[in-house]
Design a protein around this ligand. Structure first.
Ligand code: CAA
Length: 381
């Protein structure tokens, strides 16, 4: 088993790390305060090829693999977790369904604009009454001539207000349960497509989570993804990849928490010596280091399986579950190590603590990941 990165993977990681340190460090601090979408930084990421990491060169992407993608999301998220999820939702949830499941016409039409960031992508599955229970869709799509007419509401949609393209799920046959859900590629400039609310959240302030409403939105028949009734599987396959992106985001937040704690523990003195010389602090640092590394290995394992065309349902759920919990623990310990200062906005660990929490919730809560993992391990025994 080769755990070494290839030259191309190292180059992608190093480019992302340089950009994150030079450009995203300040952005991360600022957008946490202003709640603004980091439009300029996202545009620059597009110019660097970071919005189309795994999109083949023939569609204008960087033509790299999912391992490179996970490394890029980690580096971005070390400095700015909001930008991390903006890139992850755009890539895994907005672009991948078209690349992995779309027709050649759909790929040729949408991917070149998405690979460069001219159009950002979003993924509209969650509804006010359909979160963990993704099959409980109320949004309706009715075929009328050569187009579907869509009505409904979606909640918590990352990139909702900024996206040009939305992968939208709606019921075409409500009597068929999850077999009645279909997926559509919808241009957000379509009449009747509206952002109706932006949530005021605990963390990831620069990544807007929006309520989207659809009032008689007409979508051409050729924008159906895969086929009628296939939408639930489109959603599940897409989330298998999306969870790798969120796991990588969590690894980034965990690493940022560890790095800040290492620095502070060696500088801060108490009782006449650096607090890093106390075993109580050393053990916290050791646990954080182990869990961040383990989380990265699980994440890269899931990404490598996706690159090999193997099922990664179990591995991506494991990576997302473990990395999210590791990030939350690392951020909690980072605040503890910083003491009173860690509870102030003067130190970044306060933001890491708020940003980490969402990784245990979106793209399937930790409880849902355990459900997916247990389903997989029971089936294989
Ligand atoms: N790949 C392909 N097909 C899959 C699949 C997968 N990973 N998982 C399930 N399926 C298929 C099954 O084979 C089955 O097909 P058939 O009926 O044809 O046999 C069908 O889907 C139903 O499967 P289950 O019976 O296992 O489904 P379930 O209803 O028991 O459980 C669930 C499903 C795992 C709970 C699922 O609803 C789920 O993942 N929920 C969480 C949803 C989620 O993550 N939402 C986040 C949205 S994105 C977001 O957070 C917003 C953002 O912008 C960041």
């Amino acid at each position: 088993m080769d755990l070494e990165l290839t030259e191309a993977q190292r180059a992608a990681r190093d480019t992302a790390r340089r950009f994150a340190r030079e450009r995203l460090e300040r952005v991360g601090v600022e957008i946490d305060r202003t709640h603004e979408f980091p439009a300029k930084a996202v545009r620059e990421l597009g110019e660097l090829g970071m919005l189309g990491v795994f999109i083949p060169e023939q569609y204008g992407g960087a033509g790299l693999d999912n391992v490179s993608y996970a490394l890029v999301i980690e580096e971005i998220s070390v400095e700015c977790a909001s930008t991390g999820v903006i890139v992850s939702a755009h890539s895994s949830l907005g672009s991948w369904p078209i690349l992995g499941l779309g027709t050649e016409d759909q790929r040729a039409h949408y991917l070149p604009k998405m690979a460069t960031g001219q159009w950002l992508g979003c993924f509209a599955l969650t509804e006010p009454q359909a979160g963990s229970d993704a099959a409980g869709q109320k949004t309706r799509a009715v075929l009328d001539g050569d187009s579907y007419v869509i009505n409904g509401t979606k909640n918590f949609i990352t990139n909702g207000p900024e996206a040009g393209v939305c992968i939208l799920f709606a019921m075409t046959a409500p009597d068929k349960g999850h077999h009645g859900i279909s997926a559509f590629i919808v241009e957000t400039s379509s009449p009747g497509f509206q952002t109706t609310r932006i949530e005021d959240k605990m963390g990831i302030h620069g990544a807007h989570s929006a309520q989207l409403s659809f009032s008689d939105v007409r979508v051409p028949r050729e924008n159906l993804l895969v086929g009628e009734g296939e939408g639930f599987k489109v959603a599940m396959k897409t989330l298998d990849g999306g969870r790798i992106g969120i796991a990588a985001q969590a690894v980034g937040i965990g690493r940022a928490s560890l790095e800040a704690s290492l620095k502070y523990a060696q500088e801060r003195e108490a009782f006449g010596r650096p607090i890093a010389s106390n075993q109580a602090i050393q053990w916290k640092l050791a646990d954080m280091a182990v869990e961040v590394d383990a989380a990265r290995l699980l994440t890269l394992q899931a990404a490598a399986r996706k690159d090999q065309g193997l099922s990664c349902t179990k591995q991506s759920a494991m990576a997302k579950l473990f990395a999210a919990e590791a990030a939350m623990k690392a951020a909690t310990e980072a605040v503890q190590i910083h003491g009173g200062y860690g509870y102030t906005k003067e130190f970044k660990v306060e933001r890491y603590f708020r940003d980490a929490k969402i990784t245990e919730i979106y793209e399937g809560t930790s409880e849902i990941q355990r459900l997916v993992i247990s389903g997989q391990v029971l089936r294989n025994n």
